[in-house]
Design a protein around this ligand. Sequence first.
Ligand SMILES: Nc1ncnc2c1ncn2[C@@H]1O[C@H](COP(=O)(O)OP(=O)(O)OP(=O)(O)O)[C@@H](O)[C@H]1O
Ligand SMILES: [Mg+2]
Length: 447
Amino acid sequence: MTALKRFLPRTLFGRSVLIIVTPLVVLQAIALQMFYGTHWEVVSRRLAHAVAGDVALAVATLERFPTEADREWLTRQFLARTDLAIRFAPGETLPASPPDVLEGPTEAELRTALAERLGLPFRIDWSSRTDREVQIQVQLPDGVLHVEAPAKRLFTGTVTVFVLWLIGSALILFAIAALFMRNQVKPVRRLAAAAEAFGKGADPGPIKPEGATEIRQAAAAFNRMQERIRRFLAQRTEMLAGVSHDLRTPLTRMRLALAVLARRNPEEAEEIAALEEDVAEMERMIEGYLAFARGEAAEQAQPTDIVALLGEAAAKARASGAVVEVEGEGGAPIVLLLRPDSMRRCLTNLIDNARRHAKKVWLAARRVARPGGEAVEITIDDDGPGIPPERREEAFRPFVRLGDSAGPGHTGLGLTIARDIVRAHGGEILLEDSPQGGLRARIRLPA
Ligand SMILES: Nc1ncnc2c1ncn2[C@@H]1O[C@H](COP(=O)(O)OP(=O)(O)OP(=O)(O)O)[C@@H](O)[C@H]1O
Ligand SMILES: [Mg+2]
């Protein structure tokens, strides 16, 4: 069964065509076997007996009329009236012949029929059989009778015609089925492509429902789902932006009030400075949120070279003093459907983390084969202290900073945003041990 499965077509198109064509071919084959199987046998037997009868008649008459003149007349009569060419060779004997190779029912029938009717040794020469003639030799007491029977007296062509018709009609049917099925499969393919693109963050827009009812329903359901997700995302981003924005005003007021307070109470300057620092940090968080919300709202996915993107991010990091190595920098492009600004932000966040905790950063992108299809993997490695496995999931949570390595200006949103961006592209991001000794962030994107 599994072996059979390997030969079955995988596509809907191939399977549908097979479903249409197979029963018809099977039906015709059964009809051929039922009708022509028996018909062919009967016809072969009758033809063989007719030829054998004529040969036997020739033998009988030749024996009855031994004179030269009579036999000449007989030869002419046989040729004219039975299509058999007979020739008597006096004094010959039949060569001891190797056993005949029987090719089909006709051959076997002819042997049986001759044996029945003649009662004399005979030989059927299949090897010298031309397309149109069969040679039969009969041993008479005083010589050998050579008979040439035209093939058309022995073989019927209808079976060949029927088999040809069977193959021909199967081919015609296949062509018609293929023509119609192609149009049926097209909307399914289009739907799959749209769902794929949407999963990667592109906006394919509502797809036109077409094709069979079920496919139209699927398309309509897909459109509704797409709309729901888009509305949900828009709402989330809007809310995030709204909250961040609304928090800014009271924070500004607090900062101003603290400044006034500090001037009035110089003896509490230390506490007030700490408060000011907190307020500044909250403002930075809000800025981060706002930037994220703004970025996510508008951007469209477009074909982007991930290798170039890595090179760009590395160059930016180097410009501010980081040591970054890109595997195969400037190598063959790997183009994916991406939101370039979002992806840039994601990479910057990860590189920023790596360079803050380590001396050197390694970047790489490569295509990999996955069970679910091809994927592209991007790795960001460093030689820093890394994160213990049990705390890696925690690091992705918003506002979580592990240890006190983060320092001021870091809100703990970097990994949260990076994961959000990768997931919006239909991918996944993981933290692992790096072969360089530190942390590895591995991004996997569907190709
Ligand atoms: N490459 C790394 N090596 C070691 N620890 C890391 C690494 N990357 C992240 N971390 C830890 O995970 C925590 C969360 O990282 P995340 O990027 O979310 O926040 P952050 O870097 O502290 O702040 P932000 O990115 O918002 O400036 C960090 O505070 C740090 O402790
Ligand atoms: Mg960070």
